[in-house]
Design a protein around this ligand. Structure first.
Ligand code: ADP
Ligand code: ZN
Length: 605
């Protein structure tokens, strides 16, 4: 690489952004793009993608144009850059006519370093002409997976972004996404005509996220326990499948003293954006949402993501949980999961109007997700393996920390399978388990199922235990749920050898969920989190100062400084403004703006 350029890049990184060094592949990407070449960047959430285009835009002549579908976030992005002393603006439908005219003028006059543009705006002939009349440093296509028709973030305008290549062949383009699969990657290259782009594919591991998947019992209380014991006062996201459940859960949390806001597509737009903006700006809010919430949410200090319903795919699970811990500090991805999830998801696939091919794909995706839930081995290994990345057990997921016990479940499974068979393969889970456990219900009497030879042979186990067995048997494909006959359980061909005693089967033994301690484990990639009591007091003070300052500037708190930066300051207690310069996250502009205040605050303690 061009050495002078490398030195300049590092200088800008340190003085403008306040970071001592590049992370991962950032240095290579920055110099490649700064040199005028195209790049495709696949990096997990929190990996540091923004720097990959912001920095080259500062190194090159002209303005960097950032295309992003996330209009609601542009103001915060621009504010955050302004805090760094970078001249940034945006063009989207929220601006008044006058604001638009001013921004366009600034671009033409070469007064901008970065300009965020919504794709539909960019594609207008007015905007394309404006760009032709201006000096452009580069095009960054953020959330590039939006070109993919298969993904759930598809944006038709993204398909037309190849126009950039056609009209501005000499200007470098960088496309960025956190979506990992190879099909999406191929689509991005083809649709955006990025055949010449160098590809940068980072590890998709998020070592600071702890994965936990536990048995569903009493969902609301489990959630409350989890938040109270591990995340009191933290910001987090709780995902639910339905709007109704979102509303109910948010209400329940509020009643129990946890500040929560609902968010789903059925809410009116102004309320939704108000909730989103409060979540970004205030500290310690819990957002209860459907998956309509979250794309591009770059709040760095989301400490947990909780799933109350099973995501449809590993892609979804990875993307949603990825919103936790972007700042690299310990975070939790926590999910409750039960038999009902399997039944519900299978039904949604069966009942959708999609063609057979699509249903089969969905079904395979669900199976992979079930595999993750039922695995006896490291969850992270499984997750990364799905994205084509090999790894070793992580010590930071529930199966690593509390290894599940497997046992020879052949006999239990035989009992279950033969009950389904003897009852005529016409009944759903509830009834089958009642027969197995020897309950006395009207339905059993009505069908005279107390006369079946398997009646009561499973009375040694609780309903929960049998549900766990049934769930695993469904996940392993021995039993199917037939939604055309109201969720009746049916045996598949794969169940035969087990019934006949020709195959054995190992299952995960049901364990009542264990209470976890607050996340403290620190493996590779973790930021030191322990503070002495004095340091903790300084940190709390800094946080208070930050809340005030953020309010004055009308920006989210993290735009002023990240938690990680405040922690480092609290630990180092720099005696002078000059020493503050060495803290990661403190650049020249912030040093000027806040240095004196911070030193005063620290020395006053
Ligand atoms: P992404 O867009 O990939 O999700 P961001 O660009 O938002 O990630 O970066 C994630 C976080 O990491 C941000 O808070 C950012 O300030 C921080 N970051 C990025 N690059 C560096 C670096 N070289 N050193 C320290 N922190 C960094
Ligand atoms: Zn693990």
């Amino acid at each position: 690489m061009n050495e002078a350029l490398g030195v300049r890049a590092l200088h800008v990184l340190q003085t403008v952004f306040g970071y001592p060094e590049f992370r991962g592949q950032q240095a290579e990407i920055v110099s490649l793009v700064a040199n005028g070449n195209d790049a495709l960047v696949l990096m997990p959430t929190g990996g540091g993608k923004s720097l990959c285009y912001q920095l080259p835009a500062l190194l090159r002549d002209g303005c960097g144009i950032v295309i992003s579908p996330l209009i609601a976030l542009m103001q915060d992005q621009v504010d955050a850059l302004a805090e760094l002393g970078v001249r940034a603006a945006f063009l989207n439908s929220t601006l008044t006519f006058n604001q638009t005219v001013q921004t366009e003028r600034a671009l033409r006059m070469g007064e901008l370093d970065l300009l965020y543009v919504a794709p539909e705006r960019l594609l207008t002939s007015h905007c394309l002409e404006l760009l032709e009349a201006s000096k452009i440093a580069l095009f960054a296509i953020d959330e590039a997976h939006c070109v993919s028709q298969w993904g759930h973030d598809f944006r038709p305008e993204y398909m037309q972004l190849s126009v950039l290549h056609e009209r501005f062949p000499a200007i470098p383009r960088i496309a960025l996404t956190a979506t990992a699969d190879t099909q999406t990657r191929a689509e991005i290259i083809e649709r955006l005509q990025l055949e010449q782009a160098q590809q940068f594919i980072s590890s998709f591991d998020r070592p600071n996220i702890r994965y936990q998947i536990i048995e569903k019992e009493n969902i609301k209380n489990q959630l409350l326990d989890f938040i109270r014991s591990e995340h009191a006062g933290d910001a987090g996201i709780v995902y639910c499948l339905s709007r109704k459940k979102v509303e109910e859960t948010a209400e329940f949390l509020n009643e129990n003293g946890i500040n929560a806001l609902p968010y789903h597509a059925g809410m009116e737009n102004p309320i939704r954006s108000r909730h989103q903006s409060r979540f970004l700006r205030e500290e310690g809010l819990v957002m209860v949402a459907t998956i309509a919430f979250g794309m591009g949410i770059d709040k760095p200090d989301v400490r947990f993501v909780a799933h109350l319903d099973l995501p449809k795919s590993m892609e979804g699970y990875y993307q949603e949980t990825g919103r936790a811990g972007r700042d690299g500090m310990p975070a939790n991805a926590w999910m409750v999961y039960g038999l009902q999830d399997v039944v519900q998801q299978r039904r949604m696939i069966d009942e959708s109007d999609a063609d057979e091919m699509f249903k089969r794909v969905q079904s395979a995706k669900l199976d992979a997700m079930l595999g993750l839930c039922e695995t006896l081995t490291c969850r992270r290994v499984r997750l990364l393996d799905y994205f084509g990345q090999q790894s070793t057990p992580c010590s930071n997921c529930d199966t690593c920390l509390h290894p599940p016990v497997s046992y020879d479940a052949t006999e239990d499974v035989q009992k279950l399978l033969s009950t389904i068979y003897r009852a005529g393969q016409r009944f759903g889970a509830v009834h089958i388990l009642e027969v197995l456990r020897g309950s006395d219900t009207e339905k059993i009497r009505q069908w005279r199922h107390q006369e079946l030879s398997t009646y009561g042979i499973g009375s040694d186990k609780s309903d929960q235990e049998w549900r766990a067995i049934l769930r695993q048997v469904i996940a392993q494909g021995l039993v199917d749920i037939d939604h055309e006959s109201y969720g009746a359980l049916k045996l598949t061909a794969a169940s035969r050898p087990v019934l006949k005693g020709e195959a054995t089967i190992a299952l995960r033994r049901y364990q009542k969920s264990v209470k976890q301690k607050r996340v403290v484990a620190r493996s590779a990639g973790f930021v030191e989190t322990d503070l002495s009591s004095v340091q903790q007091a300084v940190f709390e003070r800094l946080r208070w100062w930050r809340v005030e300052t953020a309010r004055e500037h009308n920006v989210p708190a993290y735009v002023i400084f990240h938690d990680a930066t405040l922690r480092e300051i609290a630990k180092a207690m720099p005696p002078s403004v000059e020493d503050l310069r060495f803290i990661s996250g403190v650049g020249e502009k912030k040093l000027q703006s806040y240095g004196a205040q911070i030193i005063e605050l620290i020395t006053a303690i």
